[in-house]
Design a protein around this ligand. Structure first.
Ligand code: DQA
Length: 145
């Protein structure tokens, strides 16, 4: 299957951005590991990080045309703000898992609401970069090769 991993704003700063909250790994470390794991299991992994809402939306539209089977998304701050990104993913009809590195429920109240959780197959938060790996494992199990 083809699995698309989407990372929202500021996640390009991973490794240096509040490492006590988000860890020391870079986004490239995470994406490389995910791609290897997917390839080892005969799946195809695509990924995009963007700080721009419209780029993530456009990528989701393309994903539908491209036949992407599953999306793993960390919408970052757009989690708490973006009806447009929610609508894009609904329009795509592609099943997805929402991932957050930090435990958003243990943080500020404005991080407790997500525009994605109620329409996600599942939600993983607070497990750091391992959350992406667990999401990938679930995505691979839920899709056909
Ligand atoms: C985040 C949590 C969000 O609240 C925050 O805006 C982020 C990252 C996480 O992975 O923990 O940018 O999605």
């Amino acid at each position: 299957s083809t699995i698309l991993v989407l990372h929202g704003p500021n996640l390009n700063m991973l490794g240096t951005r509040e490492p006590e909250v988000y860890g020391h790994e870079t986004l490239a470390d995470i994406d490389d590991r995910l791609r290897k794991r997917a390839t080892d299991n005969d799946h195809h992994l695509l990924h995009l990080q963007s700080n721009a809402e419209y780029e993530l939306i456009d990528r989701i539209h393309e994903a539908r045309a491209e036949g992407v089977d599953f999306i793993i998304i960390n919408p970052a701050a757009f989690t708490h703000t973006s009806i447009a990104l929610r609508d894009a993913i609904l329009a795509s009809g592609i099943p997805f898992i929402e991932v957050h590195l930090s435990n958003v429920h243990a943080r500020e109240a404005f991080r407790h609401h997500s525009y994605f959780s109620d329409i996600a197959e599942g939600v993983i938060c607070g497990l750091g970069s391992q959350g992406y790996e667990l999401a990938l494992q679930a995505a691979m199990q839920r899709t056909h090769r």
